[in-house]
Write a protein that binds this ligand. Structure first.
Ligand SMILES: [Zn+2]
Ligand SMILES: [Zn+2]
Ligand SMILES: [Zn+2]
Length: 363
């Protein structure tokens, strides 16, 4: 979606109704359902890349179980809950109170005769009235002044009444294209890194698996091997799963990152690979930096946005990166890719030169 937004260069996004699809933000429908599109915009708004100005465009309903916003509706009898319901125009005979479909009053001579009291109906508004629509349950034979509507979620299959459903607010989002370009797209980043490592002759695998001393097979987001014939791992790396769009700096997020870092460390110890690189797309606390440093993990912290609204990379090991990206005066994704690739190259090279094969380096 991020790629599409950058390419499309539209300045604002409005929800619109597309037959066969339902409500969606036009252009984004192929990337996910309405709920996912809204989540995406909310995440972008957190980092200032879009702004809704809280201008509510419209509100729709979503499933309270699974958040899906598309339904199929069935009529339900308020008495017996059957869905065997018919609807039509009806006549109420005020004299006897009989209510029935209008065709039931038709007689052979063209006059309207009440089935219940057998009297002729005189004039509309005088002794009878029309009620429409009129519902009747064929299961319990009840006349229904109103019916229930049960909305079947097209994703999880639950049927919900109107009040059971939740409201999904759809805003108009204005795009700040400058900030949009400063957001790092993790998938794209990994693709570019893969290409870059290939270019500079680093034999890498995204992801890669190594069997540890425990005989457990560990998967790393990245494994660098010494060369194509001898598959000795020189370097392993993990990329923090947390999205670049997460709001950073919260305690909860910090704890999550600490656990991921420790789990990465555990895998590294088991596979006895010396060089470890951990790339984070979220802000890392000083505590985590110390933790990483203590265990010889090379941290690359990629900040989606810093205080100036520009992206910032924090990698103490890397010298000046190239600046071939040139995106609107701030550092581009290409800069980070080059820097990360340089770090990986340098680390795996240092191991190759000293020929230390698979020695865990735990200080
Ligand atoms: Zn019924
Ligand atoms: Zn009657
Ligand atoms: Zn659902």
């Amino acid at each position: 979606m991020l790629k599409y937004l950058r390419k499309n260069a539209k300045t604002s996004y409005d929800p619109s109704f597309i037959p066969g699809l339902g409500f969606c933000y036009k252009g984004l429908e192929s990337f996910g359902n309405l709920g996912e599109q809204v989540e995406f915009f909310r995440a972008l708004e957190k980092v200032g890349a879009v702004n809704s100005g809280k201008s509510l465009s419209l509100s729709v309903l979503k499933c309270s179980s699974c958040d899906f916003p598309y339904f199929c509706i069935k009529n339900v009898c308020t008495f017996c809950k059957s869905s065997s319901i018919v609807r039509g125009a009806a006549i109420e005979h005020d004299v006897c109170g009989n209510v029935d479909f209008d065709y039931k009053y038709n007689s052979v001579n063209g006059k309207l005769i009440c089935d219940k009291c057998n009297k002729e109906l005189k004039a509309l508004g005088v002794d009878y009235s029309k009620t429409s629509p009129y519902y009747k349950c064929l299961q319990c034979n009840s006349a229904l002044p109103s019916i229930e509507e049960h909305n079947g979620c097209l994703q999880c299959g639950r049927f919900l009444t109107h009040d059971d459903m939740q409201i999904l607010q759809l805003f108009t989002y204005k795009v700040d294209s400058k900030k949009l370009y400063t957001i790092i797209d993790k998938n794209n980043y990994l693709d570019l890194l893969n290409v870059k490592l290939n270019d500079i002759g680093v034999n890498s695998s995204f992801p890669g698996t190594i069997t540890g001393l425990s005989k457990i097979e560990h998967t790393f987001d990245l494994v660098v091997y010494d060369d194509k014939d001898n598959n000795t791992p020189l370097l392993v790396g993990d990329f923090l799963e947390s999205s670049s769009l997460d709001s950073d700096g919260t305690n909860a997020n910090g704890e999550k990152i600490a656990l991921l870092l420790l789990s990465f460390l555990g895998k590294c110890i088991d596979v006895k690979v010396r060089n470890k690189i951990f790339i984070s797309f979220s802000k890392l606390s000083d505590r985590l930096k110390v933790l990483a440093d203590t265990h010889g993990i090379n941290l690359v912290e990629i900040r989606p946005l810093n205080e100036d609204g520009n992206v910032g990379v924090h990698d103490d090991d890397v010298g000046g990166g190239s600046s071939d990206g040139g995106n609107i005066g701030s550092r581009s994704q290409t800069d980070y890719v080059s820097q990360t690739a340089d770090t990986i190259y340098r680390l795996s090279r240092s191991t190759a030169n000293t020929n230390t094969k698979g020695i865990a380096d735990i200080n």
